[in-house]
Design a protein around this ligand. Structure first.
Ligand code: ATP
Ligand code: MG
Length: 168
């Protein structure tokens, strides 16, 4: 796999099956930091997207693999709920979230022969309206609720509204 170290939406990403293919890709690639890593076969035919809210798995989604071997919305991948996601997968994502101090974010996981392999970590989540519709869940709302729960657990009270403070 050749891909940007800090990418997004599967841009500038390729599967190189030989040194020549890798060279051809690199000759055309922009001057950004790229990484090379082992291609993990998505043997189950999908990638697993784990959305983390408040450090815990809030949602698991299956993302189909497109004809070019990549899994991305723009290549026609489809998304489906994954209620029976294995515990080993959610545990791996939650451990990674803890290590990386990610409260709200997501991981792309390939369930390979050697267990769950985390290929992408996003320290923020895409909380645009189209994403909320696609996932069937408002991640920002869930995160705000988690923050509010923590606030109330501290027994904290909200500071007065600025307008309240200026009133005589
Ligand atoms: N090590 C790998 N093995 C197999 N496929 C990979 C690997 N790394 C990346 N891919 C494929 O490339 C796609 C994009 O890679 P990745 O998720 O790392 O980058 P991204 O630019 O953040 O993409 P996106 O925004 O679409 O999630 C993945 O969805 C997957 O299909
Ligand atoms: Mg990704």
């Amino acid at each position: 796999m050749l891909k940007p170290n800090c990418g997004g939406r599967t841009t500038c990403t390729a599967i190189a099956r030989s040194a020549d293919e890798a060279r051809a890709f690199l000759a055309e690639a922009p001057a950004i930091e790229l990484i090379a890593e082992e291609y993990v076969e998505p043997a189950r035919g999908f990638l697993t997207r784990i959305e983390v809210v408040d450090g815990a798995c809030a949602l698991a989604v299956k993302c189909s693999v497109a004809d070019n071997g990549l899994s991305a919305y723009r290549f026609g991948s489809t998304y489906a709920a994954y209620p029976d996601v294995p515990r080993t997968v959610t545990d791996a994502a939650e451990r990674a979230a803890a290590v990386l101090s990610i409260e709200l974010g997501s991981f792309d996981v390939i369930e390979g022969a050697r267990g769950p392999c985390l290929i992408d970590a996003n320290s923020v989540s895409n909380v645009s309206e189209d994403c909320t519709e696609l996932l069937g869940m408002d991640l920002m709302r869930a995160h705000a609720e988690a923050v509010a729960r923590r606030w109330h657990a501290l027994g904290a009270t909200a500071p007065p509204h600025p307008r309240e403070r200026t009133r005589p």
